[in-house]
Design a protein around this ligand. Structure first.
Ligand code: SF4
Length: 497
């Protein structure tokens, strides 16, 4: 645990994090998570965060060293997609019992599980996750992984992020530390080139990175490693030979980007593939960084040509929705997809933004949103959100699954824009898809029916009927309407009410 606490302090000291730099030494030691509010959702634990970051590496076996429940906690909770390998979708756990704990069988069981996985699946690597129970009983997963790796001749990577270490976000960063310590730089590629890049913090949700990759292919830019979305172990292990990197989600993997720059001189920038302007900006920045690292400057002109073509196509496609969406009011209440670029594109086609959450937006994003739209909020209480929607102040809410029922209760169309979403929204085509989904959600005929009063609420009250809201009374209404008579309720039924 002492090496773990040293690692945690190192992660808390992240110099590339703006928020962290603004804190004093004492606040920095306390980390990033706020004290929990009673009644509010707490988010995942550090193990959960580590698993979220690493599980999309698709040809790896992810083995959770814990009682069964930990694996259930995070299993398959995001829609990351794979273009080939499927091993990551198989759940592996040592399923520790009380007896194993009492008899000190944890490490032995772990070693046996690694052997079974190696024999049954022969993966290029096994990632072993520590959890609260195995950390508390003192199982030395680093030693077991080292021994098993030597014996079985494969990479066995310890991921030391037990839930009790802290928040999900801390777990994200500890996962990055595991990659830095045990994976990246362990394989030398024989095809490194001047147009190789890494994409960090991209999860390929609903396969959305596949809307961006063809653009890079057309520019002759090769994605050496996309970490973690649709990644393969060998790509991640050779990621240190990329010439530049783009960091998509800074809150998750800022330490990975910074340390890769320090160790292997891979410059990075923070960008987004959400929205038209941000996608263009990201392509431009990638090309510029590659040129700085020795690529032929002609790529800059080719990038501009591609941007001009793709933007023109995207705006033309979006124009088709203007008539249907002009004047519609939208609330954007989301943690992940929240960039100014999306707000900007939606406003361009006539959608009115009546609320934008900026909880996880960058300072630059906040400034840009402020110029276009003055309805920013850090966080809105569920009660206020419900009041806003039920008063009809918005035609649709875009948010994560956690707040979907607020919208549905307020009979307001809702679209999932967070990690569980079903549709890809990245790149130029992703922006068009987002607008298409907004259109479909708003104009879905179900909303007209849902907002109509229930048939029994339209019936005039009948003098001789006892006031009741039971479904039995509703049935009696229906029966009377059908037969024209008031049915008699037998004494025994009456007594049971
Ligand atoms: S690691 Fe700890 S906090 Fe996380 S799911 Fe397991 S027991 Fe719960």
């Amino acid at each position: 645990m002492s090496s773990l606490s040293a690692k945690i302090q190192d992660v808390f000291n992240e110099p590339a994090c703006d928020k962290n730099c603004g804190k004093d030494a004492k606040a920095r030691k306390e980390g990033c998570s706020k004290p929990l509010t009673p009644g509010a959702a707490a988010g995942g634990c550090a193990f959960d965060g580590a698993k979220i970051v690493l599980q999309p590496i698709t040809d790896v076996a992810h083995l959770v060293h814990a009682p069964l429940a930990c694996e259930g906690n995070s299993w398959d909770n995001r829609g990351a997609a794979s273009s080939g390998a499927t091993l990551w979708r198989t759940s592996f756990t040592t399923d520790l019992t009380e007896l194993d704990v009492v008899m000190g069988q944890g490490e032995r069981k772990l070693f046996k599980a690694i052997r079974e996985i190696k024999e049954a699946y022969a993966p290029p690597a096994i990632f072993v996750y520590s959890t609260c129970v195995t950390a508390l009983i003192g199982d030395d997963i680093e030693a077991v992984c080292k021994r098993a790796g030597e014996k079985f001749g494969l990479a066995v990577v310890p991921v030391n992020a037990p839930g009790l270490a802290g928040s999900k976000n801390l777990g994200n960063k500890l996962a990055a530390e595991a990659l830095l310590e045990h994976v990246i730089g362990t394989v030398e590629p024989d095809d490194a080139g001047p147009y190789d890049i890494n994409i960090l913090g991209e999860f390929n949700l609903s396969g959305e990175f596949w809307l961006v990759k063809p653009l890079l292919d057309r520019l002759g830019i090769r994605v050496r490693a996309c970490i973690p979305g649709d990644a393969r172990y060998l790509d991640v292990a050779s990621a240190h030979r990329a010439r530049a990197a783009m960091m998509v989600c800074s809150t998750a993997l800022i330490n990975l980007a910074r340390k890769m720059e320090e160790r292997w001189d891979i410059p990075f920038f923070e960008g987004s593939f959400y929205g038209i302007t941000d996608t263009s900006e990201a392509l431009r920045n990638i090309a510029e960084l590659l040129v700085k690292k020795g690529a032929d400057p002609e790529i800059l002109a080719r990038t501009e040509t591609l941007i001009a073509q793709e933007e023109a196509i995207a705006w033309k496609k979006l124009e088709a929705y203007r008539r249907r969406l002009q004047g519609k009011r939208l609330v954007l209440n989301t943690g992940g997809v929240k960039s100014w670029s999306i707000v900007h594109a939606l406003m361009e086609i006539g959608i009115e933004i009546v609320g934008t959450s900026v909880k996880k937006s960058t300072l630059e994003d906040k400034e840009r949103i402020k110029q276009d739209d003055n309805h920013m909020f850090e966080q809105m209480a569920a009660r206020d959100l419900y009041a806003m929607l039920s008063e009809g102040k918005a035609d649709i809410m875009l948010s994560g699954g956690r707040t979907q029922f607020i919208a549905l209760k307020a009979k307001t169309p809702w679209l999932d824009i967070n990690q569980e979403r079903q549709h890809p929204y990245a790149g130029y085509d992703g922006m068009v898809e987002l607008v298409r989904q907004i259109d479909l959600a708003i104009h879905n005929p179900i909303w007209r029916q849902v907002r109509e009063p229930a048939p029994w609420d339209c019936q005039p009250a009948m003098k001789d009927e006892p006031p009741s809201t039971t479904s039995g009374t509703a049935s009696l209404h229906a029966l009377k309407k059908f037969t024209g008579t008031t049915p008699t309720i037998s004494a025994s039924v009456e007594e049971t009410r």
